[in-house]
Design a protein around this ligand. Structure first.
Ligand code: ATP
Length: 304
């Protein structure tokens, strides 16, 4: 096998608690993460040039608010260099990224791209590394990358690297609405550090409720410690949440450090009404109707 096309799926946080801080400044977290059906497509090609790692990208015909570069700062390049440095025999790689996940949106687009590159190169190289090994090497690329290796529904703790899969499936219609600006994750944490009020929430109760299919239980216990920071940085967030709830959402919250708002709906009709209203009020142009995905489904790569 000389090439693969991997899907790098977005995630949402069904709850995010900041539980402490490490001596090196990293925040300690307890988060429920869920893969959703919005993805970047990544073509990964082994080349004859033994050392060259390069990439280019497109935005699937759309015009993003924030463009990213294809240089050493791109997580695809960083991931490729990392795994290639650990291979017994060196190979060159060319990567083509088609970006659909909005950038700096709280949906782990960059982390998921990095994880997909690790999975893809590992597949081309004959699965030299186990998933555990991929997760271990990926921590240096970012706290969400280990989760993105397999994705699905998981409890993620530590700085994000302690991953416990949750044996349950979330059955709801999800709407993702991203206001027209990004939030830098460090800026959101900085705001939290200056206003460290945590209004509670109960991650274990959220997990129990997901297991029971108790949507009201999820709504009553869900909480994101970065929600206030995101609302401060992007003042249109409460308006988006309000529209979702007026149109029948069971709940609406910010994912990660925002600014994307997700809503859970019991019917496609309500979801579609919320989507139309948010668009017509000019609050968001990036709006996606998605479902929750399990890891098996999420990482069906197209391998050639
Ligand atoms: P998280 O939810 O993990 O905090 P996010 O969704 O808020 O992440 P990303 O879209 O992953 O944010 O982007 C964060 C930053 O990473 C961007 O501002 C961008 O400069 C940088 N970056 C590097 N490579 C990529 C990539 N392949 N895709 C997106 N962003 C990238």
């Amino acid at each position: 096998m000389k090439s693969v096309i991997e899907r790098a799926y977005a995630k949402i946080n069904i709850g995010l608690s900041i539980t402490g801080r490490r001596d090196d400044g990293y925040h300690l977290l307890s988060m429920v993460m869920q893969t959703v059906g919005l993805y970047d497509s990544i073509g990964i090609y082994r080349t004859n040039d033994r050392y060259e790692i390069s990439m280019d990208m497109d935005y699937a015909g759309s015009h993003p608010e924030e463009e990213i570069t294809c240089d050493e700062s791109n997580l695809c390049i960083r991931a490729a260099k990392l795994i290639c440095s650990l291979l017994p025999e060196s190979h060159g790689y060319y990567i083509h990224l088609t970006k659909n996940i909005p950038v700096a949106a709280g949906m782990a687009g960059g982390s998921s791209d990095a994880a997909a590159v690790l999975r893809g190169i590992n597949a081309i190289e004959g699965h030299i590394f186990s998933s555990d090994q991929l997760r271990a090497m990926s921590v240096s690329l970012g706290a969400d990358v280990p989760y993105c290796i397999d994705g699905g529904l998981c409890l993620c703790e530590g700085i994000g690297e302690k991953i416990t899969p949750i044996d349950a499936s979330l059955k709801t219609h999800i709407l993702l609405a991203k206001p027209p600006c990004g939030v830098s994750t460090p800026a959101a944490y900085k705001w939290f550090d200056c206003h460290p009020d945590s209004a509670g929430g109960d991650i274990n109760a959220v997990i129990d409720s997901i297991r029971k299919g108790d949507m009201k239980g999820i709504r009553d216990n869900i909480h994101n410690d970065l929600e206030d920071a995101a609302r401060h940085l992007v003042p249109s967030i409460p308006d988006i949440e309000e529209i979702m709830e007026e149109k029948g959402a069971i709940l609406s919250r910010v994912t990660g450090s925002g600014p994307t708002v997700f809503g859970f709906f019991s019917s496609e009709e309500d979801r579609s009404a919320a989507s139309s209203e948010i668009k017509s009020k000019g609050l968001c142009t990036d709006i996606f109707s998605v479902e929750a995905l399990t890891p098996d489904y999420a990482h069906e790569a197209e391998r050639k």
